[in-house]
Write a protein that binds this ligand. Structure first.
Ligand SMILES: Nc1ncnc2c1ncn2[C@@H]1O[C@H](COP(=O)(O)OP(=O)(O)O)[C@@H](O)[C@H]1O
Ligand SMILES: [Mg+2]
Length: 174
């Protein structure tokens, strides 16, 4: 007889972020929810604010080294300054699909002691964990006088898997 399949429902929160500073603050709040083994996937076009969010997250976790947009480095490890997990910041833009191509990064080895944040990881890193926090950042498209300088971002945070089923995502909001 087949066991009943219980899938934890996805938990979602939508937030409007109005400036780079607020995006950093969102990262710092997010850091409070994170613990070792957590995988965070960031989705959004170039300039959406993925790295800005990760910078705040690194500040919140209290890790060493500045979080930047890596030009040649695909993954950068930021060790903790005190207690807590390392931050592994991955920019998967240049990587092809499939975990095979990411094998050299040994993300599966790092994961138990780390928070792993991946930019451009869609379709590439899902095999790492069934428990994932997906953060989608959209530039708000509207009637802003000058869209090029519009700083509004719509952020959708979705927790997948048992890890996030009871998480207090509401604490990320204002
Ligand atoms: N609300 C906002 N959140 C984040 N970044 C913003 C926002 N408004 C404007 N920006 C600017 O957009 C750029 C985002 O860059 P970055 O974080 O590197 O994006 P990504 O990593 O998604 O390519 C920065 O220059 C930042 O100052
Ligand atoms: Mg980036």
């Amino acid at each position: 007889m087949e066991a009943p399949h219980h899938e934890a429902p996805a938990v979602t929160l939508k937030i409007t972020v109005n400036s780079p500073e607020q995006m950093g603050e969102l990262g710092r709040r997010l850091a409070k929810l994170l613990r070792p083994s957590d995988l965070v996937m960031l989705t959004g076009e170039l300039g959406a604010g993925k790295t800005t969010l990760t910078r705040g997250l690194g500040e919140g976790l209290g890790v060493r080294g500045a979080v930047t947009s890596p030009t040649f480095v695909i993954a950068r490890v930021h060790p903790p300054l005190g207690e807590g997990p390392s931050l592994v910041h991955v920019d998967a833009y240049r990587l092809g699909g499939g975990l095979d191509e990411m094998e050299d990064l040994d993300l599966d080895v790092s994961l138990p002691e780390s928070v792993i944040v991946v930019e451009w990881g869609d379709g590439k890193v899902e095999d790492l964990s069934d428990d994932r926090l997906h953060v989608v950042i959209d530039r708000a498209v509207g009637d802003a006088a000058d869209e090029a300088v519009d700083e509004t971002r719509d952020v959708t945070v979705t927790g997948l898997g048992a890890r996030w089923a009871d998480a207090d995502l509401a604490s990320l909001g204002a």
